[in-house]
Design a protein around this ligand. Structure first.
Ligand SMILES: NC(=O)c1ccc[n+]([C@@H]2O[C@H](COP(=O)([O-])OP(=O)(O)OC[C@H]3O[C@@H](n4cnc5c(N)ncnc54)[C@H](O)[C@@H]3O)[C@@H](O)[C@H]2O)c1
Ligand SMILES: O=P(O)(O)OC[C@H](O)CO
Length: 329
C-alpha cells in the first residue's frame, strides 16, 4: 500500500496498514521521511508515539506511485488535485484509490473522491472516514471507521488492510453520504468550539450538535445521499467526536475565534489543517444551489469571513424561527 501525505492522519493510517501489508508513506519534505525511517516517529504532526517499525517513508512521489497496489490519498482537500497530477501517469491501472480528506475543493466544489476520479479515471475510488482522531488512534485507543465504495467486493478486500483488534473497519456503499458526513461535521465542530469559547453551556452545545446534524441531513438528502447514513459512524459518530474532542482542530479553531483571534490568527495558532475553515463558504454555495437552509453553517461562514463575531453569530441563531423538528428536508 502507498499513502500520500505524512500529516497526522496519513501517517496514522499508514502505520495501521503497515501491521497488515507492506506500506510506503510519501512525505512532502525529506526530513519527515528520514525521521520516520530512522526514529519511527513523526514528531511534527504526532509528537512522541512510535510508529510501526516496518513502515517505510519516501519523499519521492513518483517512486511511491510506482509501488502502489492500493493508493491512499491523505493530503488536505485543496491539495488532492495538485498532488495526483504529479503522478497521474505513474499509478498502475485499476489500483483502488481511497481518500482520507474531509473537505471540498475550493472553486470546483468537488468532493475529494470526485477530484480523484477526474485525476485518475478508471480506478475504483472510495474513502475512509469516521470518528477517527489521529492522536487517539496512534496512541492505540480503540476506534471504528468506514470504507465507503460503490464496489462492495473491492471495499471488502480493503477492510482487512486497515483493521486491528482495536480498529474496526466497516463498509458502506453510500459514498456521497459518508463523504458529506466527514466534510459537513467540521463546520458544526467550529460552531461547537465557538460555544465552548463563549461558555454558553452544555444545553446550547447539544442543541448545536442536534440542529447541526439536521442541516447535514438536509443538504445530504438534497444532494442524493441516504439520510440513514448520517445516523452512522461517518455522520453522527464523527460529528460527536469532532465537536467534543479537545484535540479536534476544527473545534479548536472555533474556540480561538470566540477568544477574539481572527481566522488567520486561529489557523496560524493551530499549525495544522482545519478543513472546515476553507470548506464553509463552499458548503454555503452548495446550500444555495440546492435551496437548503443551513443557519448554523451560515453563521460559521460569516464568522470565518470576518462579517460577524461569534457572539453575534449565536445571537443571530436565536432569531431563527423554530419549525417542525421532524421536518429535516
Ligand atoms: N488528523 C485527523 O485526526 C484526521 C482524521 C480523519 C481525517 N482527517 C483528514 O485528513 C486530511 C489530512 O489531514 P491531516 O490531519 O493529516 O493534516 P495535517 O495538518 O496533520 O497534515 C497535512 C499534511 O498535508 C501535507 N500538505 C499540505 N499542503 C499540501 C500541498 N499543497 N501539497 C501536498 N501536501 C500538502 C502536509 O505536508 C502534511 O503532510 C484532512 O482532510 C483531514 O480532514 C484528519
Ligand atoms: O481534528 P479535526 O477537527 O480535523 O478532526 C479530525 C477527524 O476528522 C475526526 O474524525
Amino acid at each position: 500500500m502507498v499513502v500520500l501525505g505524512a500529516g497526522s492522519w496519513g501517517t496514522t493510517v499508514a502505520s495501521l496498514a503497515a501491521r497488515n501489508t507492506p506500506t510506503l508513506l510519501w512525505a512532502r519534505d525529506s526530513d519527515t521521511a528520514d525521521e520516520i525511517n530512522t526514529d519511527h516517529r513523526n514528531s511534527r504532526y504526532l509528537g512522541d508515539p512510535l510508529l510501526r517499525k516496518d513502515l517505510r517513508a519516501t519523499s519521492d512521489i513518483v517512486e511511491a506511485a510506482h509501488e502502489a497496489d492500493v493508493l491512499v490519498v491523505g493530503v488536505p482537500s485543496h491539495a488532492v488535485r495538485e498532488t495526483l497530477s504529479e503522478i497521474a501517469d505513474d499509478v498502475r491501472a485499476w489500483v483502488p484509490v481511497l481518500s482520507l480528506a474531509k473537505g471540498l475543493e475550493p472553486g470546483t466544489r468537488l468532493r475529494p473522491t470526485e477530484v480523484i476520479a477526474e485525476c485518475l479515471p478508471g480506478h475504483p475510488v472510495g474513502l475512509m472516514a469516521g470518528p477517527n482522531l489521529a492522536k487517539e488512534i496512534i496512541a492505540g485507543m480503540a476506534a471504528a471507521t468506514v470504507v465507503a465504495m460503490q464496489d462492495e467486493r473491492v471495499a471488502g478486500a480493503l477492510q482487512p488492510l486497515f483493521a486491528s483488534p482495536v480498529f474496526r473497519v466497516y463498509r458502506n456503499t453510500d459514498v456521497l453520504g459518508c463523504e458529506l458526513g466527514g466534510i459537513l461535521k467540521n463546520i458544526v465542530a467550529i460552531a461547537s468550539g465557538m460555544a465552548d469559547g463563549l461558555g454558553v453551556g452544555d444545553n446550547t452545545r447539544a442543541m448545536v450538535l442536534a440542529r447541526g446534524l439536521a442541516e447535514m441531513i438536509r443538504l445530504g438528502e438534497a444532494m442524493g445521499a441516504h439520510p440513514r447514513t448520517f445516523a452512522g459512524l461517518t455522520g453522527v459518530g464523527d460529528l460527536i467526536a469532532t465537536c467534543i474532542s479537545p484535540s479536534s482542530r476544527n473545534r479548536r479553531v472555533g474556540e480561538y475565534l470566540a477568544k477574539g483571534l481572527t481566522t488567520e490568527q486561529a489557523v496560524a495558532e493551530l499549525g495544522q489543517v482545519a478543513e472546515g475553515v476553507k470548506t464553509a463558504p463552499t458548503v454555503m454555495e452548495l446550500a444555495r444551489d440546492h435551496d437548503v437552509e443551513m443557519p448554523i453553517a451560515s453563521e460559521v461562514e460569516a464568522v470565518i469571513a470576518g462579517r460577524r463575531t461569534p457572539e453575534e453569530a449565536y445571537r443571530g441563531l436565536r432569531h431563527v424561527e423554530p419549525g417542525d423538528e421532524e421536518d429535516l428536508a
